[in-house]
Each structure stands twice: as C-alpha cells, then as structure tokens.
Write a protein that binds this ligand. Structure first.
Ligand SMILES: Cc1cc2nc3c(=O)[nH]c(=O)nc-3n(C[C@H](O)[C@H](O)[C@H](O)COP(=O)(O)OP(=O)(O)OC[C@H]3O[C@@H](n4cnc5c(N)ncnc54)[C@H](O)[C@@H]3O)c2cc1C
Length: 343
C-alpha cells in the first residue's frame, strides 16, 4: 500500500514496548502519537524492577537517543553477574554466566543493618531454589548506585526523579494453587507473607531469614497467566506488539525483552515504509511473520519454565538436579546446556 501520504503511527499503550517503539520512530523522523490509559506515571508502580537481557538492551540502544540510553544505563540496578541454582538447604547445584528467570513475591530492604544480617551469597547474583518437589523460589538482589535524580540530558526536562531506587533483594515463592491448601486471592499482604514463611519451613536458615525479615507489606500475590499461541491473521494497518499479542509468564524473564525486540523490528519496518522502500502492509506482514514466530516461541519457553519450577515429580527434580550439578562441574557442558538462558 504505497501512497504519497506521510506515515502517521499511533501507538495505543505507553508501556515498555510502546514507548520504545515511539522513541525509535521519533528519532527517525516518523510522525507518532502515543495514547496511554494511565494518567499518572506512578499509577502502576509496583516497585519491582525487571531483568533486561542482551536483546532488550540492544533494542533500547537502537531505539533511544544516546542521552536517554545513558539515563537508562545510569538508572540500572546492579543485580550481580551470573546466576545460581541451590537446593532448599542452600546447597549449590550450579552457577550461570548468564541470567534469565524472574517473578515476584516480596522484598527484603537492604538497609545497613539488614545487609549485615543477610547471607552475603544472596547478594552475588540471582538464585533459583529447587526443593525436592512441588515448589520453587527465585531470589534476586537489586542494588542501586544511581542518584534519585535522572542525570541531566539533552531532550529531558530538568529535575526528573526516578521512582524507586532503594536497594533490596526480592524473592518469589511459586507453587501450584492447590499446594497452598486454600484460596489466597483475598489474603492480605501480611497473611501472604505468613504463608510463604510457613511453606518454607525446613529450608536453610539463610533462605528463611530472607523471607521472614522482609517487610510483609511488600508481599504480593501474582496469579501466573499465559497467552495461547494463535495462527497468523490477515495483515491490516493495525498490528500488535508485546503482551498485547504474546503475554507470557514471568518465569523466564523475557516478556519485556520480547516486547522491546518487537518494538525494534516494527520500528525498522515502519521506517522502511515511511521511506517508501516497501509498502506499509508488506512491511507489517514481515514484522508479524517474524514476531509471531519468536514471540510464541518465547511464550512456550516461559510456560515450560514455569511448569518445571513447580513440578511435583521427585524423580524429575532429582534428575534435574543431577544435570545441574554435572553441568556445574563440567564447564563446556554448562555452556552448552545454558547457552539460551535469558535469550
Ligand atoms: C512479576 C513480573 C516480573 C516480570 N519480570 C520481567 C523481567 O525481568 N524481564 C522481562 O523481560 N519481562 C518481565 N516481565 C514481563 C513484562 O513486564 C511485560 O512483558 C512487559 O511489560 C510487556 O510490555 P508491553 O509494552 O507489551 O506492555 P505493558 O508494559 O504492560 O504496557 C502496556 C501499556 O498499555 C496501557 N494500556 C492498556 N490498555 C490501554 C488502553 N485501552 N488505552 C491506552 N493505553 C492502554 C497500560 O496502561 C500500559 O501502560 C515481568 C512481568 C511480571 C508480572
């Protein structure tokens, strides 16, 4: 659909993917408007940060102005390098050079006193705790050195403040609904906190301390949902990106990174349409073909990671731990087995 009318993009939703796309289009001189439902910047502020993998970072590097990218880097938390798996007794199974899985439950605030009481290993990098069966826990340190104010940069209004740059360690206990023995949906944060504490009875003291000493008010319940892959549709001039088409569980920590990948690819396609290098529908069709492919692959990866994390079978878990221990002891095997983690 090549016309002489300049391209006009409308982005519905100024979230992680939509804003990345709008930034990229604006940098390239393509007319774009963003319509966002929430009125206040802090309306959906949950105080948890997300893991940005190399795909997400490369997309932001391409789409943001250098000043905004520098501001993003300056505001990034220090989560530590690598990744580790431990048993519920905090026995090490294997470490990673790359990271991946993320979900949410509670926050252990890293005040000076609380930091002294915490096992320092918990601050080195994210950990996945693998008990004998039926549940799992993800732990990740988030330490910030960035000042509360956004660094001055061209194109940014002066005096901007970041929302939440206090350091903390987050933990997320996951299990199938029936394992809790009760419906948690009406539970207050304090009751959720007490439930997580009860469910981790018998775990290593270092892990129990993390849960027990977290502020109960930070505890949140997140029912895990996933989209169901659908067949390709006929391309029109309305398309989708991010969670709007391939929402996934948070277990692999790739939802936002996939949304940014969409934004990067869609931006390239819209720029090529704007420059008349190809028709708009042909450009969108190429985007949708690629996006549904890698997007739904990410949905499947994320779902199987979630299911494995809460699987009941003791034998499967024992085998899994054996693989992790073996991989941890043999570096070439470790590299091969975990090559795609966080991709
Ligand atoms: C607990 C948890 C942890 C996660 N951790 C990670 C992680 O570590 N790494 C990672 O890559 N991903 C992570 N994710 C996933 C990630 O948050 C999402 O995949 C990502 O936010 C999707 O981006 P998006 O732009 O598609 O949607 P969103 O960021 O949700 O943005 C959508 C926007 O659209 C707006 N909107 C909705 N309806 C309308 C409307 N009708 N009109 C106008 N605006 C509208 C919303 O207000 C919102 O601002 C996590 C998710 C959860 C729940």
């Amino acid at each position: 659909m090549a016309t002489n009318t300049p391209l006009q993009a409308i982005v519905a939703g100024g979230g992680i993917g939509g804003l990345a796309l709008a930034n990229g289009l604006r940098r390239a001189g393509v007319a774009v408007r963003v319509h966002e439902r929430e009125v206040q910047r802090t309306d959906r502020l949950q105080g948890f940060r997300i893991h940005v993998n190399p795909h997400g970072s490369a997309a932001l590097h391409e789409l943001l102005s250098p000043a905004l990218f520098d501001a993003f880097v300056a505001a990034s938390g220090k989560g530590g390098n690598g990744f580790g798996f431990v048993t519920e007794q905090f026995d090490r199974l294997v470490d990673f050079d790359a990271t991946g899985i993320v979900t949410i439950s509670g926050k252990y605030a890293l005040t000076d006193a609380a930091r002294d009481r915490l096992d320092p290993r918990l601050l080195t990098h994210p950990w996945s705790v693998i008990p004998p069966s039926g549940c799992g826990m993800f732990i990740a340190p988030h330490e910030f050195t960035a000042p509360a104010a956004v660094p001055a940069a061209e194109g940014l209004p002066p005096g901007l403040l970041f929302d939440d740059t206090r350091s903390y360690v987050f933990w997320a206990f996951a299990a199938k609904r029936e394992r809790f023995g009760t419906d948690l949906t009406e539970f207050t944060p304090a009751r959720l906190h007490a439930t997580a504490d009860r469910m981790t009875t018998g775990w290593a003291p270092e892990l129990r301390h993390l849960v027990a000493e977290s502020d109960p008010a930070t505890t949140t319940l997140i029912p895990i949902k996933t989209s169901v892959p659908i067949p390709r549709w006929t391309t029109t001039n309305v398309t989708l990106l991010g969670d709007a088409i391939h929402s996934m569980t948070p277990f692999a920590g790739i939802g936002a990174n996939t949304a940014r990948r969409d934004a990067q690819l869609l931006c390239r396609m819209l720029i090529s349409a704007d420059r008349r290098e190809r028709g708009l529908l042909a450009a969108l069709d190429s985007y949708e073909a690629a996006m549904t492919d890698y997007g739904f692959a990410a949905v499947r990866t994320s779902l199987s990671t979630a299911e494995r994390s809460v699987a009941d079978g003791r034998l499967g878990r024992m085998m899994g731990k054996l693989v992790l221990r073996t991989a941890g002891a043999i570096p070439p095997m470790k590299r091969r087995v975990f090559a795609d983690l966080g991709a």
